[in-house]
Design a protein around this ligand. Structure first.
Ligand SMILES: [Zn+2]
Length: 452
């Protein structure tokens, strides 16, 4: 029943901790974090040379269940999350049917309870069917466990509806997450509008299609007092506007995906559909702005926008295939590579982007490492070299542009409610947090775990 994580570098941005610590877990709680803990009856996980962090939280994933289970299920998606070091995910409502009612929200909560490897928080829709016409049952979804509202994937074009949604959200104390895209400006586009779209003869999605909606949402957030979170921010202009809004005290936050700060549009190798997503990969100038935005707090957190699509649907002609890529298993490694090893974020800041800062955007009570708190812990390496094999992904889909990519550092072990659910050497170690602890984790006591 007891697990002792020994000799790790414990990093907890919320409390400022960054020191060598042992962490003792009893059932689903952390009971002690001390320089040296002796507990002879505890199973030992040797974390020498590894970072012991609060469980990572991804506030933007698509789990595809109900309705699109050939691409992903709550079970497969949360296994991929565990392999990426995440102990909790928030899932977007664009399923079939759309999560716009208490029934769908409670289905997801119940399904997660029975099949998920990590904690799952549903995000409810803003509008019925995400059609942008009538508000969804926000209060009812909230009662069933929805932590925020969003019509992600299908932008809310009607500013009047968005304003009403924000007023409702403010009264329930939840955040509105917006996928900022003016469809009249992005229509017919496949990649960012610029030299690369001209070179490839593909339709362009101009940066202004995002910027005008970010501007609108900031104005509406100021008007309603609602908390607004800009999903997958991607342009220098949008980042500048969020910076200005924060200085004015407007309650706006933002996230960036690893692919948006790791890849520029000029790196798109011809017509590989694994480089097609919304918003599209932007320019190096936008990437520089994102890294600066992460450094000065304009961008609050990193989220993956994990968007699985099955092979035969994604592997069509570039113009025909759907937007979106998977991202749970590569997020930490890409962030280590682009931010930490490049010297633009120290370890404490980087961990915060995946934990406490991400949780603050939605008001989630997670993302801290403290005695008495829940035993959701991410153990990772900053140094171990590995290659991402997309064919061994735990997701049902393989639409990642990072297959074959070499990384330095990545997840080593994922602990959910006190159970080791995944290790780099052993894959998924146990069943869901709610299942009885009948299976032992795959690591042996005092065995050193192999970071991937
Ligand atoms: Zn989106």
């Amino acid at each position: 029943m007891r697990l002792l994580i020994r000799n790790g570098r414990a990093v907890d941005p919320a409390s400022g901790l960054d020191a060598k610590r042992d962490v003792l877990i009893d059932r689903d709680r952390i009971v002690a974090i001390e320089p040296r803990i002796e507990c002879p009856d505890a199973e030992v996980l040797d974390a020498s040379g590894l970072v012991v962090a609060p469980g990572f939280v991804d506030i933007h994933v698509h789990l595809r269940e109900p309705g699109i289970e050939h691409a992903e299920t709550i079970e497969s998606g949360t296994r991929a999350a565990a392999a990426g070091g995440f102990t909790a995910v928030c899932c977007m409502p664009n399923t079939l049917p759309v999560n716009d009612s208490a029934q769908v929200t409670s289905f997801i909560v119940e399904r997660a309870r029975r099949t998920a490897t990590v904690h799952v928080h549903p995000i409810g829709a803003i509008s019925k069917g995400s059609k942008g016409e009538r508000l969804a049952d926000i209060g009812a979804m909230r009662s069933e466990g929805a932590v925020a509202i969003s019509d992600d994937g299908i932008p809310v074009m009607d500013s009047g509806l968005m304003r009403r949604a924000m007023k409702y959200a403010a009264s329930f104390g939840i955040t509105v997450i917006d996928h900022c895209e003016d469809l009249s400006l992005s229509a017919g586009g496949d990649i960012h509008e610029g030299l690369q779209s001209m070179r490839l003869g593909l339709g362009g999605i101009p940066g202004c299609s995002e910027d005008v909606m970010v501007a609108r949402d900031i104005i509406l957030a100021a008007d309603t007092g609602s908390r607004v979170h800009i999903a997958h921010i991607s342009t220098a202009n949008s980042i500048a506007m969020v910076r200005h809004a924060k200085r004015m005290g407007i309650p706006v936050t933002s996230e960036v995906t690893p692919h948006h700060f790791a890849l520029a549009d000029e790196k798109i190798p011809g017509y590989d559909s694994n480089f097609k997503m919304k918003p599209p990969l932007r320019t190096q100038r936008d990437i520089d702005a994102a890294i600066e935005g992460l450094a000065d707090g304009t961008i609050d957190c990193i989220a993956t926008d994990h968007a699985p699509h099955t092979g035969h649907i994604k592997m069509q002609e570039f113009e025909r295939c759907p937007f979106g890529i998977t991202g749970l298993e590569t997020a930490l490694a890409l962030s280590l590579k682009t931010l930490y090893h490049a010297g633009t974020a120290d370890l404490k800041h980087l961990v915060g982007l995946f934990t406490s800062a991400a949780c603050e955007c939605l008001g989630l009570d997670r993302g801290r490492l403290r005695a008495g708190g829940p035993a959701d812990i991410t153990v990772f390496s900053t140094e171990r070299e590995w290659v991402y094999d997309v064919h061994s992904t735990l997701s049902k889909s393989k639409n990642s542009p990072f297959g074959g990519e070499s990384f330095r550092g990545g997840p080593a072990a994922t602990i959910v409610s006190g159970k080791v659910v995944w290790t780099a050497g052993g894959g998924i170690a146990t069943r869901p947090p709610s299942a009885p602890a009948n299976k032992m984790p795959s690591f042996q006591p005092t065995t050193r775990i192999q970071p991937r």
